[in-house]
Design a protein around this ligand. Structure first.
Ligand code: FE
Ligand code: FE
Length: 340
């Protein structure tokens, strides 16, 4: 795996005439809106650790670099197209996705409270407190975007509940229960990092990358929200993996136990109806392409493939392949390749 320097590289300070620059405003490339790699490339190629990604790093990198001050995850003049704002298959696909993702992020936020409490050292505690804020922000921006898709403020939380209820009960609650058993009941920090990094984020992350690419033309605001969350996710995946790798290097006898936990996690995943859920959303998106595909022009979802020519099955399978590749790379990096 390539080691990429996380040293700030952007020139520029906040010096004002007559005053020395005491607070650098350098943004690390991997957290910079314009220069960060895609989620898939970044999560496979970067190496970041809690010692690098502590609170000081986050304060310097995220509010001005990743977010550029856009607290809702996109610039105010970037808006969804009317065909997404109006009732129809695109509106249904995106509102269902955002509601579900918002609940997933909220559950992650709450679970990360345990990681913060159990963190073994100060850098790790600071890293998880920043990840906690990142996930709370993701929940907030996914939910807030529903307001731009025709949901009223008064109905916002009730709408999230209604749209996400079935998937929450069938997918998110079983995963949450595993996380809570490990973190809250067993107070197993490293087991919790593994569940979060491999099972939750490692599997959901490629879906986020697909979402950014799918919505880029129909709803550039949603795509930008995904892009910002994806930049955060590079950090969550790489730092989480580094924590597990270093733990196994220092405690090799813990490996069998962690492999067993992964086995349990994968067995749980097998039983969750995630494919049905993704297919339902892709089918709605496909109806949207059928109705409004002319708006997509020659936009390519990935190099050489126009989005308008793709099928629901193809998008689903590609997301699945990305997830599998990312899992293999991350697990090998941690020293847990036998888990696959
Ligand atoms: Fe997130
Ligand atoms: Fe995350």
């Amino acid at each position: 795996m390539t080691t990429t320097s996380a040293t700030p590289t952007t020139a520029g300070t906040n010096a004002t005439p007559g005053r020395p620059a005491t607070v650098p405003t350098d943004i690390p490339a991997e957290a910079d809106w314009d220069r960060a790699p895609s989620l898939l490339d970044g999560a496979e190629s970067l190496e970041l650790t809690p010692a690098v990604c502590n609170l000081r790093y986050w304060l310097q990198a995220v509010p001005n670099g990743t977010l550029r001050g856009n607290v809702l995850g996109h610039a105010p003049d970037v808006r969804p197209l009317d065909v997404v704002r109006a009732p129809g298959p695109l509106n249904s696909a995106l509102t269902q996705e955002l509601a579900y993702r918002s609940v997933a992020e909220e559950k992650a936020t709450r679970a990360i409270g345990y990681l913060t409490a159990l963190a073994p050292d100060n850098d790790t505690m600071e890293f998880y407190s920043t990840q906690l804020i990142d996930e709370a922000r993701h929940a907030m921006v996914f939910r807030s975007h529903l307001l731009e898709l025709g949901v009223s403020q008064a109905e916002l939380f009730a709408t999230v509940d209604r749209l996400s209820a079935a998937d929450r009960d069938q997918i998110l609650i079983p995963l949450e229960n595993l996380g809570l058993r490990v973190l809250r009941d067993e107070r197993d920090f490293i087991g919790g990092v593994l569940v979060l990094t491999v099972l939750v984020e490692g599997v959901l992350a490629p879906a986020a990358e697909l979402s950014e690419r799918k919505w880029r033309v129909f709803d550039p605001a949603a795509a930008d929200i995904e892009r910002g969350a994806g930049i955060d996710e590079i950090r969550h995946l790489t730092v989480g993996s580094a924590i597990v790798r270093d733990h196994l290097r220092d405690h090799p006898r813990d490996k069998a136990r962690l492999l067993e936990l992964m086995g349990e996690g994968y067995a749980l995943w097998e039983k969750l109806p995630t494919m049905e859920q993704l297919m339902r959303r892709e089918s709605l998106f496909q109806r949207g392409i059928d109705e409004h595909g002319h708006l997509l022009g020659d936009y390519e979802i990935w190099p050489g493939r126009r989005l308008v020519d793709t099928t629901a099955q193809e998008r689903l399978e590609t997301g699945h392949e990305w997830a599998a590749r990312m899992q293999r790379t991350r697990l090998a990096y941690m020293g847990l390749e036998e888990a696959i």
